[in-house]
Ligand binder design. Structure first.
Ligand code: GLY
Ligand code: MN
Ligand code: MN
Length: 434
């Protein structure tokens, strides 16, 4: 993260909050995995977006117009012993000198100091309902201030969800953010390509996952953006399959949905390819149909187009194709209207992508699908899933799950496929797997 970007975000947030008000946002906490072993720490995306501060036990406060400094960071004090066992941490001085805070306090003093900062503020913006400790503490602090009203101190009268303001900011990506996403995507692409090149019957799903992780870490990115899905054959019909423990069989397809994070920005990419390197005729027909649906959906990505258009385009192409192949019977419009297509395509076309794989930002405004704007990033990921036990279709189609997922940036001119470097057409996939 670049400090000028962080400063600019904080300034924008404070302009939106307005003078006389305050915003509070806590860091993520370390979670215990078992006994004295913790889960790897992942900073809260909202907190990191505003602070770039990657420590637990911290809390940021923004007070537009505060004389002694508008950005206050509560964090852990520097501790020699902690530094010895766990490594570097900023401490109170580092919070100011290295992280751009105007003022810093020990997190252990939060209960003593924060009520004073809340005094005489009108609105408190905070992530409502996300951190039960914060919800609880805020009530205690406000109750404490109320007990002092006779000395002329007023307690805030309004609690406002911070998310709306902040998530609208996060929805539009800056050039710096797009660069980080592009790097996450490029490294993920290397993983997908390595998986294609090293896939063969008899290897296990987890071994192919290992090939991808090798590429991620070898390129310096150690955190996946979500648990990788490496699903051979029928397993691909389980949408969130993460067991990744089956042996790969000749004649099956392999669906891989995997992406890595770069400085808290996610890639989210799916490719589906034949274990043997060559598609069967049924697989080819279904694969081409999903690809056609994906390309049709992308045609709807443009500034001012309602977000749902891409989904509608994918439903249209897939339903028509399923009728042509004999997997659905009836009139295409009717099958769309009565949602019969959902037997094979049960999820939506995609989602916002950013610091969170399913990134923040509303999809509808006043009950209407919102329109796309330059700088939004999203996935386009149609799929078809025909499990082994789907007895409404001929056996030759069963045990096939296909999804093709790319990461797309909305631009003034249309769109840009950030994950274009990974083979996607039947010919490209068969060629790279030779
Ligand atoms: N990897 C989760 C998704 O594609 O939405
Ligand atoms: Mn996705
Ligand atoms: Mn995905």
């Amino acid at each position: 993260m670049i400090s000028s970007d962080l400063r600019q975000r904080r300034q924008q947030l404070m302009a939106e909050i307005g003078q006389g008000n305050i915003a509070i946002i806590p860091s993520a906490t370390v979670r215990t995995r078992n006994r004295d072993v913790d889960y790897p720490f992942r900073q809260d995306s909202d907190f990191y977006y505003l602070t770039g501060f990657n420590e637990a036990d911290a809390l940021a406060v923004f007070i537009p117009g505060r004389q002694q400094g508008e950005y206050i960071l509560f964090c852990q004090e520097f501790d020699e012993k902690k530094a010895l066992w766990e490594g570097a941490h900023a401490g109170l001085e580092g919070a100011i000198n290295d992280h751009g805070a105007d003022d810093s306090f020990p997190i252990d003093d939060l209960n003593d100091i924060l009520p004073g900062l809340l005094e005489n503020k009108n609105k408190v913006f905070y992530p409502m309902g996300r951190d039960s400790d914060l919800d609880h503490n805020l009530m205690e602090w406000i109750t404490h201030i109320r007990s002092q009203t006779r000395s002329g101190i007023n307690a805030p009268g309004e609690l406002v969800s911070l998310e709306h303001t902040l998530h609208e900011m996060r929805l539009i990506k800056s050039p710096t953010e797009i660069k980080l996403m592009q790097h996450a995507i490029d490294v993920s692409a290397k993983g997908h390509i390595r998986a294609m090149q090293r896939c063969r019957a008899g290897r296990y799903e987890y071994q192919i996952e290992g090939e991808m992780i090798h590429e991620f870490i070898d390129n310096g990115l150690r955190a996946v953006a979500y648990p990788s899905i490496v699903a051979g054959g029928d397993n691909a019909c389980v949408l969130h399959y993460t067991e990744n423990k089956a042996v790969l069989k000749d004649g099956d397809l392999l669906l891989i949905d995997a992406g890595v994070e770069c400085d808290h920005y996610a890639a989210d990419i799916t490719r589906t390819f034949p274990v043997s390197g060559v598609f069967s005729s049924e697989q080819k027909l279904l694969y081409q149909l999903v690809l056609d649906a994906q390309l049709a959906a992308m045609q709807e990505i443009k500034v001012n187009a309602p977000w749902n258009k891409a989904h509608e385009a994918s439903v249209q192409v897939l339903t028509k194709g399923l009728v042509e192949l004999g997997l659905l019977r009836g009139d295409v419009d009717t099958l769309i209207e009565d949602e019969s297509y959902k037997l094979f395509y049960m999820h939506r076309i995609g989602h916002w992508l950013g610091m969170d794989v399913h990134d923040v930002g509303d999809y509808k405004i006043n009950d209407e699908w919102r329109v796309l704007e330059a700088g939004m990033t999203l996935t386009i990921e149609p799929g078809l899933y025909i499990p082994e036990d789907c007895d409404s279709v001929d056996e030759k189609w069963r045990g096939i799950g296909i999804r093709i997922e790319d990461d797309v940036l909305v631009t003034e001119q249309g769109y840009q496929v950030l994950s274009h470097a990974i083979p996607k057409t039947i010919a490209e996939i068969e060629a790279i797997m030779q």
